[in-house]
Design a protein around this ligand. Structure first.
Ligand SMILES: [Zn+2]
Length: 485
């Protein structure tokens, strides 16, 4: 046994060092558990998410942060000393993945807030996230969580935003030279992806795509109208927000070429373009997306609740995440809300906007395209976790089955992250990132919010414990303000 281990270790060492001047990234399945305790979920219904099915009355044994056994409860002898969690009538699903998040502490709030922010995500069953505009602090957080020094979701970190305009946490790229340098710097700094935002010219875009391909890092994010959807699909970019799609479905003879993708939603005249949508193009563009093989992270909820569905201040204040918004931030966010809603686009156009985005998403799904959930939290009044559950509902509202929606929050993003061997489904050998639910999410997607507890890398957090933590955190968020730097 020992000699076999040494042989394996030697083999590992032989491949581990430097390839092309870059350190080889360890497999996602190499991780530090948060607990080495043996835990057994007894008599539980497992929703493994490998395909649409429920395994009834199973016992799932976890050890050293990994799932070590899944079998019919009658056949499993629970190991001595194991913590037993009664799963009778309950459902075990993989931990959820939020592919589009930011943190209050990215900008105006102190870095010390990050631990609480990540805990709020865990409390909502989010066990893996991608931070979409990276900062050096995120790399520190990624390292700490990887080493098991901080209880948090597993982090993936996109680089600082590449944009043509001055902005925070940005590489300003106005020439191909800037672009090449920014891509290389992000890769060397250790970020997982190159993140594009706004004002990207075609020559800059070409340089980004070419350099990223050359040095082996993927490009994700917004699609500038100057670049256009077609080019982004050809380039294999991972597209956020369905950017540039609203423009791509306008009639050929539409008097307007601009629409409401991205920041276009803020420009009221752009909403007139909703009268010039060519319904036939929706299916066409959806098919092209699926054919390109790219992953779509539509962030439907963020756009719908911010720009399409009118909600009263009372409704927003009554949401369960509102109490977590820093008092200091509420004023500026409320002002932004008022700026839009004082004179909103017509109800008809807003409804059409939601319908077209939903049809696009459903079309992409039906054509075999890959969908991933992202919340864009904590934008406006949409906080961590809660908004991922809203996104699951939005996907179902758009016509996906509960299974397809849940797949977009588990299996598909794990596949995109090249980590399907580590998480994303419930399988022996995978990490124990799990949620225990009171009811079947495949019957009703809202059941992802009826939790008995969350397990992250083997550490069990009961719903009661998580609620206590949330109650402690809410006042700290409310009082937060002023960066400590
Ligand atoms: Zn974002």
């Amino acid at each position: 046994m020992i000699s076999k281990c040494i042989v394996m270790l030697t083999a590992l060492l032989a491949v581990a060092p430097v390839a092309n001047g870059q350190r080889r990234v360890p497999s996602a399945n190499t991780f530090m558990p948060y607990s080495r305790q043996i835990v057994a979920f007894t008599n539980v219904n497992v929703v493994p998410m490998d395909r649409e099915r429920v395994l009834r009355n199973q016992t799932v044994v976890v050890r050293d942060g990994r799932i070590v056994q899944i079998a019919n409860a009658a056949k499993v002898k629970v190991p001595k000393g194991a913590q037993r969690i009664d799963g009778q009538g309950k459902y075990l699903i993989p931990g959820l993945i939020d592919m589009h998040t930011h943190l209050f502490s990215d900008e105006d709030f102190p870095d010390s807030l990050a631990g609480d922010e990540l805990m709020v995500m865990l409390a909502n069953g989010v066990t893996t996230i991608r931070l979409m505009i990276g900062t050096p602090e995120h790399l520190v957080l990624r390292e700490k969580t990887a080493k098991g020094e901080m209880l948090a979701p597993t982090l993936y970190v996109a680089g600082p935003q590449l944009t043509g305009k001055q902005s925070t946490n940005a590489h300003v790229v106005t020439s191909p030279e800037d672009a090449r340098r920014a891509v290389r710097e992000s890769k060397i700094a250790g970020y997982d992806f190159i993140k594009l935002t706004t004002s990207i010219t075609p020559p800059v875009y070409e340089a980004v795509i070419e350099t990223a391909k050359e040095i082996g890092i993927r490009v994700v994010g917004h699609v500038d109208l100057q670049v256009g959807l077609q080019r982004a699909l050809e380039a294999g970019q991972q597209i956020e927000h369905l950017d540039s799609y609203m423009e791509a479905v306008l009639k050929d003879d539409s008097p307007m070429k601009v629409s409401v993708s991205d920041y276009g939603v803020w420009r009221k005249p752009n909403w007139e373009s909703l009268d010039h949508v060519d319904e036939r193009k929706i299916a066409e563009v959806a098919r092209a997306t699926a054919k390109a093989g790219i992953y779509t992270c539509p962030t439907l909820t963020f756009f719908k609740l911010s720009f399409a569905v009118e909600q009263s201040d009372e409704e927003i204040r009554a949401r369960s995440d509102y109490r977590f918004f820093p008092l200091e931030l509420r004023k500026t966010r409320q002002a932004a809300r008022q700026r839009f809603w004082t004179n909103p686009p017509s109800a008809g156009r807003r409804e059409r906007y939601v319908r077209v985005r939903n049809q696009l998403l459903k079309g992409i799904h039906d054509a075999g395209g890959k969908i991933m959930t992202g919340s864009d939290t904590p934008e406006l009044f949409l906080l961590y976790g809660w908004t991922l559950h809203r996104e699951l509902k939005s996907l179902v509202e758009a016509g996906l089955s509960p299974y397809a929606a849940l797949k977009a929050a588990t299996r598909t993003p794990a596949e995109f992250l090249n980590a399907l061997d580590a998480f994303g489904t419930i399988k022996q050998g995978k990490r124990a990132d799990l949620i225990l639910l009171e009811a079947n999410p495949l019957d009703n997607i809202a059941n992802t919010e009826h939790r008995a507890g969350v397990m992250v890398r083997g550490r069990w957090l009961s719903e009661a414990e998580l609620r206590r933590k949330l109650d402690e955190i809410a006042p700290r968020f409310q009082a937060a303000g002023g960066a400590e730097k």
